[in-house]
Ligand binder design. Structure first.
Ligand code: MLT
Length: 271
């Protein structure tokens, strides 16, 4: 559970996050429909080597939606920077899962000097396709009509690979519970923010730090073809494809994910 809070920062009445461990900082940004609890299997594997910060993105967990105006990925990036500032941390390794990756890219564009490395965990720098936007509009309309449960029933199984679905129903239930805790209003705000995000492939082209792309072999949400093309853009980049993993390596393959996060940080420190 979040143990640290920040009041009235970056246009948010309240921001919450967890902090664990010591050493160079690694910030982990959760995706949609999630909160910082997503990382609970990964943090214990990293905290001996890093100070690990896991924010609740605005609207999720203990963090509020903006006091005024719309939620955007850029405003979520401001919230993450406010949390780092509150901790007195200038530069950090940054990893974002899916929507958290969209936020990480917005942060990298705003404050490139704050990053030491970037890991996109089942995420992409490409904007939404028109088809994806139409799908999100349908979801928003369903949520506005009180259809949160129906949306989650359909969405959650699609996050996982077939092997996880067959062998680990408990993971799906855990995910359903975390997602159900997110108010429909916040879900609608996240969907709007994701739809409005621009193409950020230039962030990858201009990256002065190493970028790592992690893909699940059975991920049907992120296009592997797009991501493999994006992996050619940064000067220093690595790609890993996880077998038997869908969109959720932090719960489907937490040891492998933690090892890849730690390795990138060690390699960057050696440059
Ligand atoms: C996520 O996992 O954050 C979302 O599925 C991302 C998206 O819908 O683009």
């Amino acid at each position: 559970m979040p143990d640290s809070f920040l009041s009235d920062a970056a246009g948010f009445s309240r921001l919450s996050y967890t902090r664990a461990g010591a050493g160079p900082t690694l910030i982990l940004l959760h995706g949609f429909p999630e909160n910082s609890g997503l990382w609970r299997r990964v943090v214990p594997l990293l905290q001996d080597h890093f100070t690990v910060l896991c924010p609740d993105l605005p609207g999720a967990g203990g963090s509020a939606l903006p006091s005024e105006g719309e939620l955007t990925v850029e405003r979520m990036a401001d919230a993450v920077l406010a949390i780092a500032d509150n901790e007195g941390i200038h530069d950090f390794h940054l990893a974002g899962h899916s929507m958290g990756g969209y936020v990480a890219l917005a942060l990298a564009e705003k404050a490139p000097d704050r990053l030491r490395s970037l890991t996109l965990v089942h995420s992409s720098a490409a904007p939404d396709t028109e088809e994806k936007k139409a799908q999100r509009r349908k979801t928003i309309s369903l949520l506005e009509k009180g259809g949160k449960d129906a949306f989650l029933r359909e969405m959650i199984p699609g996050l996982f690979g077939p092997k996880t679905k067959e062998t680990n129903a408990a993971l799906l239930n855990e995910q359903k519970e975390r997602a159900a805790a997110l108010p429909a209003e916040a879900m609608i705000a996240f969907l709007g923010a994701m739809m409005a995000r621009p193409d950020r492939r230039d962030v990858l082209r201009n990256a002065a730090w190493p970028v790592q792309f992690l893909l699940g072999e059975d991920d049907f949400i992120i296009s592997a073809k797009d991501v493999l093309e994006q992996a050619a853009l940064p000067a220093r980049a690595g790609v890993a494809v996880y077998p038997d993993v869908g969109h959720m390596s932090m719960v489907e393959a937490p040891k492998r994910l933690a090892a890849d996060l730690a390795r990138l940080a060690v390699e960057e420190a050696a440059v």
